[in-house]
Design a protein around this ligand. Structure first.
Ligand code: NDP
Ligand code: HSE
Length: 444
């Protein structure tokens, strides 16, 4: 059977994993795909590393000129594993213009420029497959786009960044400093080229943007996403959350609500009894709630060479099976037919409803708690739980010391929480800023 020819752009972590898995399991993959899938060209800026990874494999052209692979008439599928928006975007658009199918793990590119790229692919009748772009080795794109196609999706919430989950878990378990643990995650190949994309929630926002589009049938709307990372998270909040029966996780959330769609990434308290709260290290987990199926949970390695290579190869097999099919009969890029996408708006964060964890440092004297409770009541916020911890003790004779008050609220609207926090911070007895984290029960 005639092989399908693949050109690989970038043979770093994911490219290396893809090459290794495809070589190791070539025969079994060919039995599934119906024909051999063969990498015949590899482009990487680092020729030495490319030669090392390719090793003695026969018939592989190695070059540092990626566009020569994109323009090579012998190549059927271009696999883009370079990353970023610059050169990668030019290469993907040129591959499409050349009538080649594209497989990419580049969530940043698709979250930001996906509408343009999918439109170009639609026009040319080629596929752009991106299973590896979300949650590493977990086949979550296939699950939402195809497996759950009967459902009206209600919400998706997931731990979809391996680096930050690795950092949070390792810091909690070992007490090692942030910078050291991040360096480990980089050495293990989990982090983005610019790791602030991981830490500040940008990578998770790219991924939840893609999931949101395929869940709700909208164009990609990355610029509307609300993004907070883990850099401001304090060790005491992780500890206090545990005392209250919660774990703090960086979550990507998208939800269908009355006014549109929620699209947000931020650290959140999750009840410790939930399976997802116990997802540790580089593992990812995605909860998808559909109206017919109920809640479903997908778990697996969210980053790394071979797990991500596994997803890239799944796309290669799909493209190999479907490339001769009438483009009209293929699964649409964003799950819904391109002419059926709706511009459902993303609701502003002020409209989002959530429960909250609030930590405030106060002067430890009578009436302080009553003032805080009154402000919350004035904003229609009721308290679910509270703990008080003694903080810095003043010198004898200097008056009372300080205390940390930790409050969990019932569900309220973000604008009410913001208004209450502003008034609490104005109290003469409040020391510094109030720490505010959202609390997601993730009940199905
Ligand atoms: P790496 O940095 O490990 O690999 C990228 C490779 O591309 C490097 O060897 C790089 O060379 C090379 N490269 C850069 N620019 C060019 C160019 N113009 N022409 C040819 N080669 C070039 O990145 P990853 O493998 O980690 O990531 C690749 C993509 O996969 C990214 O989009 C990332 O977001 C995504 N991804 C990564 C995951 C992971 O676990 N690492 C998981 C899921 C997705 P040099 O190093 O010399 O610049
Ligand atoms: N940097 C990403 C992560 C890679 O840590 O999840 C996988 O997309």
């Amino acid at each position: 059977m005639k092989p399908i020819h693949v050109g690989l752009l970038g043979i770093g972590t994911v490219g290396g994993g893809t090459f290794a898995v495809l070589a190791r399991n070539a025969e079994e993959i060919a039995r599934r795909a119906g024909r051999p899938i063969v990498i015949t060209a590899v482009a990487d800026k680092n020729l030495e590393r490319a030669r090392e990874v390719v090793g003695t494999a026969a018939g592989v052209r190695i070059t540092d000129d990626a566009m020569s692979v994109v323009d090579d008439p012998a190549i059927d599928i271009v696999v883009e594993l370079i990353g970023g928006y610059g050169f990668a975007k030019d290469a993907v658009l040129r591959a499409i213009a050349n009538g080649k199918h594209v497989v990419t793990a580049n969530k940043a590119l698709l979250a930001v420029h996906g509408n343009e790229i999918f439109a170009a692919a639609q026009q040319k009748g080629v596929m752009v497959a991106f299973e590896a772009a979300v949650a590493g080795g977990i086949p979550i794109i296939k699950a939402v786009r195809e497996g759950l196609t009967a459902n009206r999706i209600e919400w998706i919430a997931g731990i979809i960044n391996g680096t930050t989950n690795y950092i949070l878990s390792t810091m909690r378990d070992s007490g090692r400093p942030f910078a050291d643990v991040l360096a480990d995650a980089q050495a293990l190949g989990y982090a983005e080229a610019d790791p602030t994309w991981d830490i500040e929630g940008v990578d998770a926002a790219h991924k939840i943007t893609l999931l949101s589009a395929i869940a709700f049938g909208t164009p990609v709307q990355f610029e509307q996403a609300h993004i907070e990372g883990i850099s401001q998270l304090a060790a005491e909040d992780i500890r206090y959350a545990e005392e209250l029966g919660y774990r703090i996780k960086l979550l990507g959330i998208t939800k269908r609500v009355a006014g549109g769609i929620e699209l947000r990434v931020h650290p959140a308290l999750v009840p410790a009894k939930r399976l997802i709260a116990n997802v540790e290290g580089v593992m990812n987990a995605v909860l998808v709630k559909g109206d017919a199926v109920g809640a479903t949970l997908y778990y697996g390695r969210g980053a790394g060479a071979e797990p991500t290579g596994s997803a890239v190869i799944a796309d290669l097999v799909d493209v190999t099976r479907l490339h001769t099919a009438d483009p009209e009969h293929r699964v649409p890029h964003l799950a819904f037919r391109a002419d059926q996408l709706e511009n459902t708006p993303v609701v502003p964060m002020s409209e989002v409803e959530s429960a909250y964890y609030l930590r405030l440092r106060v002067q430890d004297k009578p009436g302080v708690l009553a003032d805080v409770a009154r402000i919350l009541a004035d904003n229609a916020i009721s308290i679910e739980a509270m703990i008080q911890k003694n903080a810095a003790q003043k010198e004898p004779g200097e008056g009372g010391g300080e205390a940390d008050i930790i409050l969990l609220t019932h569900i309220t609207r973000e604008q009410h929480a913001d208004a209450a926090i502003a008034r609490i911070e104005e109290l003469a007895t409040t020391v510094g800023r109030v720490t505010r984290l959202r609390l997601e029960s993730l009940a199905s």
